[in-house]
Write a protein that binds this ligand. Structure first.
Ligand SMILES: [Zn+2]
Length: 66
């Protein structure tokens, strides 16, 4: 199996090896989760700067209880 044409990068969030392919729409992240985590980081900082009280992100995963 050849793999020389596929470029590999490290996921900025978890440092996992990510194949840089057209089918990987989350690149340079390894998954949607890591992409959201990275975006959430600066979004959270922004909220702190703005000083607004927003509900915590941890509530989003609770949907699976349904
Ligand atoms: Zn990752």
């Amino acid at each position: 199996m050849k793999s020389g044409k596929v470029r590999q990068v490290d996921c900025p969030t978890c440092q996992a090896v990510v194949l840089w392919t057209h089918s990987n729409k989350y690149r340079p992240f390894c998954s949607e989760r890591c992409k959201l985590i990275d975006l959430g980081d600066w979004a959270t900082e922004k909220r702190f700067i703005a000083g607004e009280h927003v509900y915590p992100d941890v509530g989003e995963d609770s949907e699976s209880i349904l």
